[in-house]
Design a protein around this ligand. Structure first.
Ligand SMILES: Cc1cc2nc3c(=O)[nH]c(=O)nc-3n(C[C@H](O)[C@H](O)[C@H](O)COP(=O)(O)O)c2cc1C
Length: 233
């Protein structure tokens, strides 16, 4: 599929429902072959990808996804911004505790569609980042570090975009990162690597339209944070 770049950037929304149709490994390889041109600090290309194909391993990954998802739901229910670096640790801890106390049936009901069937996604791609190669220029600021991730998430986004051009849809997921030690153990990942995301990809049942995002004048200003807004086009 030949996608206009601007259209692709404006229409690559999250897809969580997939046709029951496998994706050839060749197609995934082509997507990765394009995504590898993503920008990254010092061109160190810290990313590694593990395609999880074995059904038992996929099921184990689902089991590492669901607890984080239940915690997320409880935090949202309590009005807590989930895992915000500047947040409400007490409200968060209480929500996490509530999630851990859910009965099996309550948890199954809450986990619902995508989380409960996470193992069924046609392509499960675990994206890892080599912490020895990231350019974390904000590492020593004494606050939550953000910049290192910028050397791997453009690659993740490029996978979604290149996938779109192949007729695929997908979604970035990070619930399993809350269980990183278990993911590492399951997939034999060395300690020097962080789990950046798990991508689900497949042929979409339907593609999201009209993505909702805030307008330019709500987030861009001139000369200073409190400067005049950049007018919407
Ligand atoms: C860093 C990141 C983490 C995300 N984690 C999850 C996740 O764990 N599970 C999920 O279903 N969606 C996840 N998403 C998808 C977001 O929910 C989605 O991008 C957002 O709601 C916008 O959706 P839209 O593009 O369809 O409008 C994540 C997206 C990003 C960029």
């Amino acid at each position: 599929m030949d996608l206009n770049l601007i259209d692709a950037l404006r229409s690559t929304g999250a897809v969580r429902e997939f046709e029951d149709r496998p994706v050839d490994r060749d197609v995934v390889a082509r997507v990765l072959d394009t995504a590898r041109f993503a920008p990254n600090g010092g061109n160190q290309q810290s990313w590694r990808v593990v395609l999880v194909e074995d059904p038992a391993t996929k099921a184990a990954m689902r089991d590492l996804y669901v607890p984080g998802w239940l915690e997320y739901l409880e935090m949202r229910k309590a009005g807590v911004q989930p895992w915000a670096p500047i947040g409400d640790p007490e409200g968060e801890a209480a929500a996490v505790e509530r999630a851990r106390r859910l009965t099996h049936d309550e948890a199954a009901a809450a986990a619902g569609g995508f989380a409960a069937h996470f193992d069924q996604v046609p392509v499960m791609a675990v994206i890892l980042a080599d912490l020895r190669l990231l350019a974390g220029t904000d590492r020593d600021l004494g606050r939550y570090t953000l910049v290192g991730g910028a050397s791997v998430y453009p690659f993740v986004w490029s996978i979604l975009l290149a996938g779109h051009a192949e007729g695929l849809g997908g979604v970035v997921t990070t619930m399993t990162t809350t269980r990183e030690p278990e993911v590492r153990q399951l997939l034999h990942v060395p300690d020097e690597f962080a789990v950046a995301a798990v991508l689900a990809l497949g042929y979409p049942v339907k593609r999201p339209r009209n993505l909702r995002r805030d307008p330019v004048d709500s987030f861009a200003t001139i000369d200073a944070f409190d400067g005049p807004p950049v007018a919407n086009p």
